[in-house]
Design a protein around this ligand. Structure first.
Ligand code: NOJ
Length: 536
């Protein structure tokens, strides 16, 4: 296809996030593994029809934060397999036409990583400066007021050497010091290790934390709690996180990373995790010469009210801010947030599918959202996530439960009696097998949308133009590529609406209400309550 030649792969790709522990268990221990992902490649490439998979961490790890505490950047945790299995996964995925994106965790290691064990062994250890060690204040208290995302101070006192180390997340996740040139070089080499094995890109964890204020000033208090209303994080919200992350020196780090990715042919991708809701600030991380992150993640739709105005404000804001040649991205689910279907409900899940696959930019889908998986209520004795211990409402286990493939016990996920997290109560009816058999299922809606996106130039690469003259509670936009166009329209209200079209004609190709598909559209487009359609 000609456009493939002129665009980077991630500009035409739909990315699907897999939480490896929960996708498919082939060993019968109740935990998913890499062989399980190989087993399901045909589901991903052929049945569903995505273009790339992003794997959450599978590295050796004590699992204090379920793999986001890496103890070896160059291996696979035996729970998930080994390097040979990983190589097989890359080869088979590529054979199936899928790109492989892996999570890379540069801000911190595990406290069991050999670097940290060395670093904490003495003040004059050559690796001391690879982490952030500081003297206590004269009264013995931590060097400043910075807080850990997961609760409490971000500083942990080390009796043995009499200094504090910094941890922006758990105390088992000490922050690396990216200002140290040797550390920086070692981490870039760790990226090369995986690029040389054929990975097509990285989702880069918590990148915004990698550079802090060099003067390490106290954070100011936050007087506007509304700032975090979409996800209140307790004491952490009591500060404005001005100095503990987001220092301008990040740009240099991102340029170094991009330079590594650019040495490969074709260039590899970085999707950097950044929670910034000001699109202009977010867009600065593409780099003035598009030489920083390939894409900073955009979480705007998580925060937006699920209304026509709310969604449009996010999309228009991002469209205006992303530099020419930069590429937006959108997601509505991941391993850190409440399940999409629990936030938006049944009708909202269906609209979200049309929206995500209709927008300009890379759609990022979270495993199981194509089935409308709900947040699962986890009994207290089965909670796993450390965050749920600090603050129960922040626990992330409910969105990390096993993928239900079929109605049998274990849901086709595992042959073990008990998976590592419980399956949702509805797994006997909400699973891949049964949804494939139901033409009106959410899964089949996703399949039709993915199929359409694959074959539609305007949906993959066309421009974005919102329509202003639409009734209240409606969002409609046109995607245009040369003479071809597609129209995406969503009705957020519980009443039918009629939209006058600037350019009449076309056919409803995909609708949240399947029986409307194939209808010709004239000068007006009629949408049923909560309906979303693509007209082409
Ligand atoms: C963001 C990841 O998505 C989350 O799961 C993790 O706990 C933190 N970063 C720390 O690595």
């Amino acid at each position: 296809m000609t456009d493939r030649a002129r665009h980077e792969w991630w500009q035409t790709a739909v990315i699907y996030q897999i939480y490896p522990r929960s996708f498919k268990d082939t060993t019968g221990n109740g935990v998913g593994d890499l062989a399980g992902i190989i087993d399901r490649l045909s589901y991903l490439a052929d049945t569903l029809g995505v273009d790339a998979i992003w794997l959450s961490p599978f590295y050796p790890s004590p699992m204090a934060d379920f793999g986001y505490d890496v103890s070896d950047y160059r291996d696979v945790h035996p729970l998930f397999g080994d390097l040979a299995t990983f190589d097989r996964l890359v080869a088979r995925a590529h054979d199936a036409g899928l790109k492989i994106v892996i999570d890379f965790v540069p801000n911190h290691t595990s406290d069991q990583h050999p670097w940290f064990i060395e670093s904490r062994s003495s003040r004059d250890n050559p690796r001391r400066d690879w982490y952030v060690w500081r003297d206590p204040k004269p009264d013995g208290s931590p060097p400043n007021n910075w807080l850990s995302v997961f609760g409490g101070s971000a500083w942990e006192f080390d009796e043995h050497t009499g200094q504090y180390y910094l941890h922006s997340f758990l105390r088992e996740q000490p922050d690396l010091n990216w200002r140290n040139p040797e550390l920086r070089a070692a981490m870039l080499d760790n990226m090369r290790f995986w690029l040389d094995r054929g990975v097509d890109g990285f989702r880069v964890d918590a990148v915004h934390f990698m550079m802090k204020d060099p003067a390490e000033r106290d954070n100011p208090p936050n007087t506007d709690l509304g700032l975090f209303a979409h996800k209140p994080m307790g004491a952490y919200d009591a500060q404005l996180h001005r100095y503990d992350k987001g220092h301008d020196d990040l740009h240099g780090v991102f340029r170094d990373m991009r330079a590594v990715l650019a040495t490969y042919d074709p260039p590899r991708m970085s999707l950097g995790e950044i929670h910034i809701y000001d699109p202009v600030e977010l867009a600065s991380y593409y780099g003035t010469d598009l030489d920083e992150l390939s894409m900073p993640t955009n979480f705007g739709l998580f925060k937006a009210p699920w209304t026509a105005e709310g969604v449009r404000a996010v999309v228009d804001g991002l469209e205006a801010a992303v530099p020419a040649g930069g590429w937006p991205n959108y997601s509505l689910g991941n391993h850190d947030d409440r399940r999409l279907a629990s936030r938006l409900g049944e009708a909202g899940s269906r609209q979200a599918a049309v929206l995500l696959l209709g927008l300009r930019g890379a759609p990022i889908l979270y495993y199981g959202d194509e089935l409308g998986l709900r947040e699962v209520e986890i009994p207290p004795d089965r909670l796993q996530d450390p965050w749920s211990r600090a603050a129960p409402h922040l626990g992330r286990d409910g969105c990390r439960t096993p993928m239900p493939w079929s109605p049998e016990p274990g849901a086709g996920f595992t042959a073990a009696g008990e998976p590592w997290l419980p399956l949702g109560d509805d797994h006997r009816t909400r699973n891949v097998q049964m949804q494939l058999a139901d033409p009106d299922s959410l899964l089949n809606l996703y399949r039709r949308l993915l199929q359409l996106r694959r074959t539609s130039g305007p949906l993959r690469l066309g421009s974005y133009r919102p329509l202003d003259a639409v009734p209240a509670h409606c969002l409609a936009f046109v995607r245009e590529l040369g003479a071809e166009r597609a129209l995406v329209a969503l009705n957020f209200s519980a009443a039918p609406v009629t939209i006058d079209l600037p350019t009449p004609g076309g056919r409803i190709v995909v609708s949240t209400q399947r029986t409307h598909e194939g209808s010709d559209v004239g000068r007006t487009l009629r949408l049923a309550p909560h309906e979303a359609v693509i007209v082409a």
